[in-house]
Design a protein around this ligand. Structure first.
Ligand code: ADP
Ligand code: ASP
Ligand code: MG
Length: 402
C-alpha cells in the first residue's frame, strides 16, 4: 500500500511528539508499505513568523511572507527525517522545490496546478520514507508560494491524488471531525463519517479541522480521507462521497470569526452597479461571500457583503480608488461580526430547518444581520460577541450532543 500521512503543527510541536510521529510512520513502513508524510510547521511557528514579520513591516509584501513561511515546514521535515534516521529507518526530506509542486502565483493563497511525482517515486522505490513540506509550492518564476493557512492538508490530498495513494490520513489534535468545534462546543460529538459536500461547506464556513481546498480536491479525485488523532489510536472520521450510517438532519455547526462586513452606501439604483462593484473586487482576487442589497430609495441603494479579514485592506483600497467609477457616497467596514452556519444534506428533504435555527437564536436573544442559504446549509451573520453562545444554542436545538 502507498499511504500519505499528514501531521499538523501540534502533532510535531516538540521532540517527544516528533518521535511519536516517527514511530507511527515507521510502523506502517515496517509492514512493507510505501509511506509519504506531509508535515506542518512545529506548534505555532507560523504564527510566530507572522509576528516577526509584522514587527519589521506591518504590511509585509506577500512574496516575502511566503519566503519566510517556507522555513517553518522545512524545519519540521528535516528534523523528522533526522528522528527516523536515529531510529534506524532511511528517510528523506523534500521541500516544494525539490518535489516540484507547481502552483499559481497568488502569494498566500496559491492553488496547486501540477505535482511532479517522479522524485518521490524514486525515493519510495529505494525504500525510503519521504517527508514532504506541507503548505508550500513554487510558481512559474520559481518563487515560493503558500496555499493559505492550514494548507498542508491540501498538500497531502494533492500528493495522495498524484501518487494514486491507497490511503490519505490527516492526523491532528482532535479525534476526528465533530458536530462542532469541540473547543467551542464542549458537548460536540465525533462523526463516524461525513460526505465531501458537507465537509467542504463546514470547512469553508469556519470548521478549521480541514483546509477547504483539501476537501474540494479529495472530492474531485475521489481520495477517501480519514481524520484522526496523532495522540491516540481512536478511529477517526471518514470523509467520502456517500455516508452509510443513518443520515441526520444536520451534520454540523460552524462558526467563522474571520469575516468582516463591508457596506457600500448610496449606490445608484440602476442596472450594472452590482456588476461594477463585484467585478472590481474580483479583479483584485477578493472572494466575496454573503451579499445583501437593500431595497432602493430615492434612486439609491446600499449593498453589503462579507470578505475575509485578510482581504479587508485590499478591498477597501480598491473600492476607494474606484469610487468615481462605481459611484457611491460612503463605505463602512464592520469587524465585530461572526458567521454561524448549520450544514447537513438532511435539510434538502426536510422543511423547517432554517426556522428551527432562527427560533433557537431568538430564544437566545441573538440578532440576525444577514442570511444566506444553499441546499445543504444556512448561514447567518451575527455579532461576534454572541458567536460561541449562539453556536452552542443551535447545536443543542438540533440535538447534536452525545
Ligand atoms: P492541525 O495543526 O493538525 O492542522 P488545526 O488546528 O488546523 O490542526 O485543526 C484542528 C482543530 O480544528 C481542532 O483543534 C479544533 O479546535 C478545530 N475544529 C474546528 N471545527 C472542528 C470540527 N467540526 N471538528 C473537529 N475539530 C474542529
Ligand atoms: N503551517 C501552516 C499554518 O499554520 C500550514 C498548516 O499548518 O497547514 O497555517
Ligand atoms: Mg490544520
Amino acid at each position: 500500500m502507498l499511504i500519505v500521512k499528514k501531521f499538523g503543527g501540534t502533532s510535531v510541536a516538540n521532540k517527544e511528539r516528533i518521535f511519536n510521529v516517527a514511530r507511527r510512520c515507521i510502523e506502517d513502513y515496517k509492514k512493507g508499505n510505501d509511506v509519504v508524510i506531509v508535515l506542518s510547521a512545529m506548534g505555532k511557528y507560523t504564527d510566530e513568523l507572522i509576528t516577526m514579520a509584522k514587527d519589521i513591516n506591518d504590511k509585509p509584501p506577500k512574496r516575502e511572507m511566503d519566503m519566510l513561511f517556507t522555513i517553518g515546514e522545512q524545519m519540521s521535515v528535516a528534523l523528522m527525517s533526522m528522528a527516523m534516521d536515529s531510529l534506524g529507518v532511511p528517510a528523506v526530506s523534500l521541500n516544494a522545490f525539490q518535489v516540484a509542486m507547481h502552483t499559481t502565483s497568488a502569494h498566500g493563497s496559491a492553488r496547486l496546478k501540477k505535482i511532479d511525482a517522479a522524485r518521490i517515486r524514486r525515493e519510495l522505490d529505494n525504500r525510503r520514507i519521504v517527508v514532504v513540506t506541507g503548505f508550500q509550492g513554487i510558481d512559474k518564476y520559481n518563487d515560493y508560494t503558500t496555499l493559505g493557512r492550514g494548507g498542508s492538508d491540501t498538500t497531502a490530498v494533492a500528493l495522495a491524488a498524484a501518487l494514486h495513494a491507497d490511503a490519505c490520513e490527516i492526523y491532528t489534535d482532535v479525534d476526528g471531525v465533530y458536530t462542532a468545534d469541540p473547543r467551542k462546543v464542549p458537548n460536540a460529538r465525533k462523526l463516524k463519517e461525513i460526505t465531501y459536500d458537507e465537509m467542504l461547506d463546514l470547512a469553508t464556513l469556519g470548521a478549521g479541522v480541514l483546509h477547504n481546498r483539501s476537501v474540494e480536491m479529495a472530492k474531485k479525485y475521489g481520495v477517501p480521507l480519514v481524520v484522526r488523532s496523532s495522540l491516540n489510536n481512536s478511529e477517526g472520521t471518514v470523509v467520502k462521497e456517500e455516508v452509510t450510517v443513518e443520515r441526520m438532519l444536520i451534520s454540523g455547526v460552524a462558526l467563522d470569526t474571520d469575516a468582516v462586513r463591508i457596506a457600500v452606501i448610496g449606490l445608484k439604483d440602476s442596472p450594472g452597479v452590482a456588476f461594477k462593484l463585484f467585478d472590481t473586487l474580483a479583479k483584485k482576487n477578493i472572494n466575496v461571500d454573503m451579499i445583501l442589497q437593500s431595497i432602493g430609495r430615492a434612486g439609491t441603494k446600499d449593498i453589503s457583503f462579507t470578505v475575509d479579514k485578510n482581504d479587508l485592506d485590499d478591498a477597501m483600497g480598491v473600492l476607494e480608488a474606484n469610487q468615481a467609477r462605481i459611484v457611491y457616497s460612503e463605505l463602512h467596514a464592520e469587524k465585530n461580526i461572526a458567521k454561524l452556519s448549520i450544514v447537513g444534506a438532511g435539510m434538502m428533504s426536510n422543511p423547517g430547518v432554517a426556522a428551527k435555527m432562527f427560533e433557537s437564536l431568538y430564544n437566545e436573544g441573538v440578532n440576525i444581520n444577514m442570511i444566506a442559504t444553499s441546499e445543504i446549509r444556512v448561514t447567518v451573520l451575527i455579532n461576534e460577541k454572541d458567536g460561541v453562545r449562539a453556536m452552542n444554542a443551535v447545536h443543542d436545538a438540533f440535538n447534536l450532543a452525545d
